[in-house]
Design a protein around this ligand. Structure first.
Ligand SMILES: [Zn+2]
Length: 273
């Protein structure tokens, strides 16, 4: 059964013959999204009329057990998706599938393309053979190389996680946020929108800024272990004090009925002072 309605929508599009050939799936639960995509792959390939637990059907069984030759699931080889992996995929899918209607590839951690694998991928996307459908899965589309992202149909697949550890989620959000605004320093105001998309409640915004405060404080004390934010080790004590002060002000303002959008913009502008 396809669980998430965004993927169910793809089934609808498929039935209406309006399916794109490559999707960027942005999700907060990559494992759940992968399962949903596999169900979708069953739906579009099944020779019987696909049903829940279509186990009588050999094809669906092969998909469920990752044995269908025309379904390739690629994960980063070490820290990155390598050029060789993309070449292999391209080669493999240069012939039409013999068991199923489609050749389908799923790429985990799409933010981990490097320049050369992204290049190979682009050519693959741009000169699609018939009957190829691709899914790229990521936690955060902002981290996906833009040339790839711009060629994908973006589908947001967010799962409500029961009892998901909110602190962990917000911690991760805070790290990614600081990575964007402190390390990449790109279009920071624009990037604020992705935080707004998370639709955090006021109390969660407080947790978010507290997490940011803690991260700066760890750098201030010289004991941060966050590899992703390593360049911040170069910050002077003055820079860090300025940041701690700024976050303190943001937390204060959160006591009042502030507009979150304006608050985030004020934070980013305050950093530049
Ligand atoms: Zn089936």
């Amino acid at each position: 059964m396809v669980q998430h309605e965004a993927i169910q929508d793809l089934v609808k599009k498929y039935n209406e013959n309006q399916l794109s050939h490559v999707f960027l799936i942005e999700t907060n639960d990559k494992a759940a999204a992968l399962e949903d995509i596999k169900e979708f792959v069953k739906v579009i390939n099944c020779n019987e009329s696909y049903m829940e637990d279509c186990m009588k059907c050999n094809l669906c069984h092969l998909i469920a057990t990752d044995q269908l030759p025309s379904l390739e699931i690629v994960s980063p080889d070490g820290q990155a998706i390598k050029k060789g992996q993309m070449e292999e995929l391209k080669q493999k899918f240069s012939s039409i599938p013999y068991l199923s209607r489609y050749n389908t590839y799923i790429i985990n951690d799409a933010e981990k393309f490097n320049a050369s694998s992204a290049n190979t991928m682009l050519k693959f996307i741009e000169e699609p053979e018939k009957n190829i459908i691709g899914f790229l899965i990521t936690n955060n589309r902002e981290n996906v190389i833009s040339t790839i992202k711009s060629r994908c149909e973006i589908v947001k697949v967010m799962y409500e996680k029961e009892n998901q550890n909110i602190t962990d989620r917000i911690q991760e959000l805070a790290i990614n946020y600081l990575y964007k605004i402190e390390v990449e320093k790109q279009q920071t105001i624009v990037y604020n929108k992705t935080i707004l998309d998370e639709k955090l409640e006021r109390e969660e915004m407080v947790l978010f800024f507290k997490a940011i405060f803690q991260i700066y404080y760890d750098f201030f004390q010289g004991k941060s272990i966050l590899e992703k934010l390593k360049p911040m080790e170069q910050y002077t004590q003055d820079m860090l004090l300025h940041r701690l002060d700024l976050v303190g002000k943001m937390l204060e303002r959160l006591n009042y009925n502030v507009n979150i959008n304006l608050l985030l913009d004020a934070f980013v502008l305050g950093l530049e002072e």
